[in-house]
Design a protein around this ligand. Structure first.
Ligand SMILES: [Zn+2]
Ligand SMILES: [Zn+2]
Length: 159
């Protein structure tokens, strides 16, 4: 496999994972798995949250793909690597940069980082299952749009 196609597969897997994470977060974590995810929305002083188990769960396909890929199918190997890289990026941006669970020397005033930090803060403006906005982790729509959506949700609560 050429270097170029490897890069394409890894990048496509990362983009695919962001899309998958968006839908999982919106419809599953804020759906029937809320009991795990709410541990991330409600303030607490514990070091770990039940919500962290989602990260463990997401690591499984990466490990399985890499193992099967090494023996039989190189493309699966690189998809597995892409999923793993996504997991790492998720941890760096969501846990280190946004929530600062581990202190990071990363500058926070880069416009991209400022945007995802603000977008994710808006996600956490809602501590309940319904009414939240901004479900992505590496990509965020313009902050203005998110604020409008949040305002709309707050004035039209689901009953
Ligand atoms: Zn959430
Ligand atoms: Zn968060």
């Amino acid at each position: 496999m050429s270097f170029f196609s490897i890069i394409i597969i890894v990048v496509a897997s990362i983009i695919g994972m962001e899309a998958l994470a968006y839908f999982m977060h919106k419809y599953i974590m804020h759906g029937f798995m809320w009991s795990w995810h709410k541990t991330h929305h409600i303030p607490h002083k514990n070091k770990l949250e039940k919500n962290d188990l989602f990260g463990v769960f997401f690591a499984l396909p990466s490990i399985i793909f890499i193992f099967i890929g090494i023996r039989y199918l190189p493309i699966l190997y690189y998809i597995g690597v892409g999923i793993g890289v996504y997991g790492l990026l998720y941890f760096v941006f969501h846990d280190m940069v946004v929530h600062q669970r581990i202190k990071t020397p990363l500058p926070r005033n880069i416009s991209y980082l400022k945007r995802i930090i603000q977008a994710h803060r808006l996600h956490h403006a809602v501590e309940e299952k319904d009414g939240a906005v901004s479900f992505g982790f590496l990509y965020a729509p313009p902050i203005k749009e998110l604020k409008q959506a949040l305002h709309y949700n707050q004035s039209h609560p689901k009953s």
